[in-house]
Write a protein of this length. Structure first.
Length: 92
């Protein structure tokens, strides 16, 4: 067993994956903040300060960041396809 070589971890993350993850996290934070800021309307309590509504804007920002990551991933895949170095070209 000691004679076997250890497998090197393969980095299979595509360009834009990090942006999609960060965008998803920002979107969730913004969605939770939106629910929290809307809750006083239904509960009949005092509304939250303006800062809470500003945090709610993270939902849109997160969506845009994730969309930018998807577009970056699409552009990288198109470059690979055009160069002929994609996974399908290597399998031949």
């Amino acid at each position: 067993m000691r004679s076997e070589t250890r497998a090197v971890p393969v980095d299979d993350s595509a360009p834009g994956d990090g942006l999609v993850k960060v965008g998803g996290i920002l979107f969730v934070i913004g969605a939770v903040a939106t629910l929290v800021t809307v809750a006083p309307l239904f509960l009949g309590t005092d509304p939250f300060p303006t800062v809470a509504y500003t945090v709610s804007m993270l939902m849109g920002v997160g969506f845009l960041v994730a969309a930018a990551g998807v577009m970056r991933s699409i552009a990288a895949q198109r470059r690979q396809a055009k160069a002929g170095t994609g996974p399908s070209a290597q399998a031949r």
